[in-house]
Design a protein around this ligand. Structure first.
Ligand SMILES: [Zn+2]
Ligand SMILES: [Zn+2]
Length: 524
């Protein structure tokens, strides 16, 4: 059994020189989950800004080209560099079939799993994902040990990069100065602190010039073309992300709760994706939409700084909470397993989104059926209601109604003209997780809140009851969803966070409300 360690070992002992993204094997760092640190002790996250490009153009007054990264030789040149790839060769990836995964501490279960495969004479490999953070004697472990079994199918595919892509990266400035390096070129910003990059894909399908904080490296991507990667300090990255997640005009304590949740989500993703790419995260919805510098708002930046290095960890094992959030829970949160399947997470239990004193007066949610949910949905926005019923955002998110396009639904589910829609199962918040549709030509079941929301025409949430009318032949003539909340409802309710902050609650109160069995820990 050969064990490949992909996980990061991140050490920021005092005295170690910072910004160490360079070194003898100059590609090792960009492919590993190893963090480097800014001089003032913040992790540097590598975010892909572009890839699959034959050439790219970067510019900044006073920009420096340091081919191998900090500590290496520096090239004096102009303010604009055009970079291209020469003799680019793609990398080679082998896909394994992962059949089980374990916490690193769960060695007994891991050994038992390996023994069962040995008994069947099937070869196994183990891989580590996630990251091990070790900062000034503090350790935070988000790793998992994956077991892959040779020749099996039906598990989770796991890609292993067996040959890195190769090529020469060549840059030419506006005066014709040429710099060539094997596989990578680093660019450091001038006094303005940012580097401009031309022709970045925007979210509207066009291209635009964007600026980025920190350093940029241009390297060979898996297709043998160019990838442009921003090595961005964590605070600058979060300052760009938080205003996109929550309005910067929200109360400071709500913004702080959002900043901690966003930091958790950011670090939790490191080492779990892009395992065969020369960066840790991308800048699209796959990881998190990141548009570079200029998206910050002083109020959100202040929340990032006020919570510097703070992460939400589970009480029972100290692991990173999967700090998911959605716009509005509709007054009651949902359990993680009811939305995404998998094992129940103690920190992602759906609860009543209200002050405990109010909770006693609200309907109980133990065994929720259509009648109970209908009564619940009759509670409208109010200044003394559930937390997410209070702010102005409650007017659009807390309760809603939407007529369902029956013709579109009938063509989507293809069981003929519809006669009956029945919610067969609901989660703890009343969100529909199983829906039966009966038509003239048969019946069909939909599973999962997202699939149900989409099938019914992109409903805001699966917390709904249906009002139907029928024609003389018993077919549905009209269908309206009466609903509450916006989004999956797991983890933090963003409108509720605003409601709590407006009522004088602190960001730690807010995090405790939405992520039970967890606490805030300052790691750096
Ligand atoms: Zn991604
Ligand atoms: Zn809520």
């Amino acid at each position: 059994m050969k064990r490949i360690a992909l996980a990061a070992l991140l050490v920021a002992a005092s005295g170690v020189s910072a910004d160490e993204l360079s070194g003898a094997d100059k590609l090792r760092v960009v492919y590993s989950n190893q963090f480097s640190w800014t001089r003032d002790g913040l992790p540097i996250v590598t975010v892909r800004v572009m890839e699959h490009r034959p050439s790219v153009t970067l510019s900044a007054e006073g920009m420096r080209v340091v081919p191998d990264g900090e500590g290496g030789p520096e090239v004096k040149g102009g303010a604009t560099w055009t970079v291209r790839i020469v003799d680019g060769k793609p990398g080679r990836v082998v896909t394994h079939n992962v059949v089980a995964s374990f916490a690193p501490s769960d060695t007994e279960a891991l050994q038992a799993e390996l023994a069962t495969w040995r008994a069947k004479k099937i070869a196994t490999r183990t891989f580590e994902t996630g990251a091990l953070f070790a900062v000034k004697g503090q350790v935070l472990d988000s790793r998992k040990i994956l077991v892959a079994a040779a020749g099996t199918t039906g598990g989770t595919p796991f890609p292993e990069l067996v040959d890195r892509p190769r090529g020469t990266v060549e840059a030419v400035d506006e005066r014709g100065v040429v710099v060539r390096n094997d596989s990578i070129l680093w660019f450091e910003p001038g006094p303005a602190g940012t580097i401009a990059l031309a022709d970045v894909d925007n979210e509207r399908g066009g291209k635009e010039t964007r600026r980025y904080f920190g350093k940029i490296y241009v390297t060979v991507d898996n297709a043998g073309q160019l990838a442009v990667v921003n090595a961005v300090p964590e605070d600058k990255l979060l300052a760009g992300l938080v205003p996109a997640e929550m309005s910067a005009s929200s109360p400071p304590e709500a913004l702080k709760a959002q900043a901690v949740a966003a930091r958790n989500e950011l670090l939790a993703k490191i080492g779990t994706r892009h395992l065969t790419d020369p960066y840790r995260l991308c800048s699209t919805v796959h990881c998190q939409v990141y548009a570079g510098a200029g998206r910050e708002d002083a109020r959100a930046t202040a929340a990032v700084q006020a919570t510097r290095g703070e992460l939400l960890v589970r009480d029972h094992d100290g692991g990173l909470v999967d700090a998911v959030y959605s716009a509005s829970c509709g007054g009651h949160g949902e359990n993680n397993e009811n939305v995404w399947g998998g094992t129940p997470d103690l920190s992602l239990r759906g609860r009543l989104d209200a002050d405990p004193l109010l909770a006693a007066r609200l309907p109980k949610f133990a065994t929720i059926g259509d009648a109970e949910l209908r009564a619940w949905l009759a509670i409208g926005p109010s200044a003394d209601g559930p937390w997410c019923a209070r702010p102005k955002e409650a007017q659009i998110n807390f309760r809603w109604q939407k007529p369902i396009d029956l013709a579109a639904l009938e063509s989507r589910v293809a069981v003929g003209r519809l006669r009956e829609l029945t919610v067969l199962e609901r989660g703890v918040s009343g969100r529909a997780t199983r829906l039966r549709l009966v038509g003239d030509r048969g019946e069909k079941e939909l599973h999962g809140e997202l699939e149900i929301r989409r099938a019914l025409g992109n409903l805001k949430s699966a917390m709904f009851v249906l009002d139907a009318t029928r024609d003389a032949s018993g077919h549905l003539a009209s269908l309206t969803a009466i609903g509450g909340g916006h989004g999956h409802g797991v983890g933090m309710c963003q409108v509720g966070a605003v409601g709590m902050a407006s009522s004088g609650k602190s960001y730690t109160d807010i995090l405790r409300q939405y992520y039970p069995a967890s606490h805030v820990r300052k790691l750096y």
